[in-house]
Design a protein. Structure first.
Length: 453
């Protein structure tokens, strides 16, 4: 089941490449197909309705079959079954049981668990690994590495280490209250509690009663005043009580813009370590370990071929092995250089940055300023909303190069002079307001790196 899903992901990427299928059509018709199994040369899917089956068969079947042929190397026929129609009851029951058995095996065997055993140690991460294992074993006593701050680019193992700490500490002491959360989720939970006028005591209790607090991507609290205030007090209470705190970020504390100094100094008060891009030997070791966990035999030349071409992201390496496993299972042939070439091409195509849109920009600005996208487009004139609107207009002008008239239409049909004023206002104030300049730089980097959420 998992292998077929991997293949279908690659097929969808093929179908959307070069605009063959638009994002809306993909979301509506292809992403809602549920891949079930490959029976010989029949690719079996569940769909939600007879109408969806008709649309896919009439409009996308040929392209999907072309994609399967490209990925698998042999022709495939689509078979779409309307879910809950009774067409495939017995086969579905058998498939569901097989899936459940596979899931149970995964959980019991820990094949894909983010544990210390599955973490490949190399020169690029050995210090971070040593600090994390020390914390997990209880050698730290809440002092030496508290907080532990790990930074580095996305996809290099920071989340793996946080999860491994949680796994090991729970194994040693099941009574520990361990909270893992992303910086973005922490901020969103606080915003939800405040916006819904809920009693925030439950929010406080959840985090301030933790024995261990693990926060991934802590940089997402930058620029959010209420979130930083809440995290400051949470941090202080836990630290004073000797509770362990581990934080990760894509950059060191000194480079996190729009972060209050009192927060920054606390991040820097413990141990700071980085994870950098793995060297060739470590990349090969990661590929071989992932293949071993998937019971896949990868020839040395294929492993080295992949390691030489995917150099910056561990998730890409793991994804390449999983796709090789899928191709081997479905094409019934051993991994080869040609297979690896196809897999690498698909991965690099899949991970191209999403094109920047006005909506991306407005959403990033709204996140930073604590307002909604609707507020920014509205006629509301509060200072916070007005400032966010000017910044959004400026960024749309700088990044998209749209005409002033088109930008005005995007912001509630505002006239040409309003757009010009907003752009000049931001340009002028950036020269004297370092916080504004930092905000602009942060949002621009986030959007252009393709990491906007």
């Amino acid at each position: 089941m998992n292998s077929f899903e991997e293949v279908f992901d690659a097929v969808k990427a093929y179908c959307t490449k070069d605009g063959k299928v638009g994002d809306i059509a993909r979301n509506l018709w292809l992403d809602t197909l549920k891949p079930m199994r490959l029976e010989g040369t029949d690719a079996v899917f569940y769909c939600a309705s007879e109408f969806q089956r008709s649309v896919v068969n009439n409009n996308y079947a040929n392209l999907l079959q072309e994609g399967f042929a490209q990925i698998l190397g042999f022709p495939v026929q689509l078979r779409l079954i309307v879910q809950d129609s009774g067409e495939d009851t017995a086969a579905a029951a058998e498939q569901d049981q097989n899936t459940a058995d596979a899931l149970e095996k995964t959980v019991n065997d820990g094949e894909y668990a983010y544990t210390f055993d599955t973490f490949i140690v190399g020169g690029s991460n050995q210090f971070a690994y040593a600090a994390c294992t020390s914390i997990a074993r209880g050698d730290n006593n809440g002092n030496t590495y508290n907080p532990l701050f790990i930074y580095g680019p996305s996809g290099l193992g920071k989340t793996h280490l946080l999860t491994a700490i949680s796994h090991e500490m729970k194994k040693r002491n099941p009574q520990l209250k361990i909270i893992y959360v992303t910086g973005e989720t922490f901020a969103n939970e606080l915003i939800e509690a405040i916006s819904q006028k809920k009693d925030t005591s439950k929010f406080h209790e959840k985090y301030r009663s933790a024995d261990v607090l693990l926060v991934d991507d802590i940089q997402f609290i930058s620029g959010k005043e209420s979130t930083q205030e809440e995290f400051f007090h949470t941090f202080n209470m836990l630290h004073a009580a000797g509770k362990q705190i581990v934080l990760t970020s894509d950059r060191p504390p000194r480079d996190i813009k729009i972060l209050e100094d009192r927060i920054r100094t606390r991040f820097e008060s413990g141990l700071i370590t980085d994870i950098s891009m793995p060297d060739f030997e470590t990349r090969v070791a990661i590929i071989r370990r992932k293949a071993e966990l998937l019971d896949l035999n990868i020839p040395d030349d294929v492993a080295e071929f992949i390691a030489n071409r995917l150099k910056t992201n561990i998730r890409q390496l793991e994804g390449a092995v999983k796709r090789l496993k899928a191709l081997k299972s479905l094409a019934d042939s051993s991994p080869s250089i040609s297979m690896a070439q196809s897999v690498i091409r698909d991965i690099l195509t899949d991970e191209q940055p999403t094109p920047v849109t006005v909506e991306n920009i407005i959403q990033e600005v709204s996140n930073l300023y604590g307002v909604t996208a609707e507020d920014i487009r509205s006629k509301k004139r509060s200072q916070q909303i007005s400032n966010a609107r000017k910044v959004a207009i400026y960024l749309v002008h700088e990044i998209t190069q749209m005409t002033l008239a088109s930008i005005g239409e995007e912001f509630g049909n505002r006239d040409h002079s309003t757009i010009v004023y907003a752009v000049k206002y931001v340009e002028k104030n950036m020269k004297k307001d370092t916080n504004l300049r930092d905000a602009i730089e942060t949002i621009t980097k986030t959007i252009r790196d393709g990491s906007g959420k």
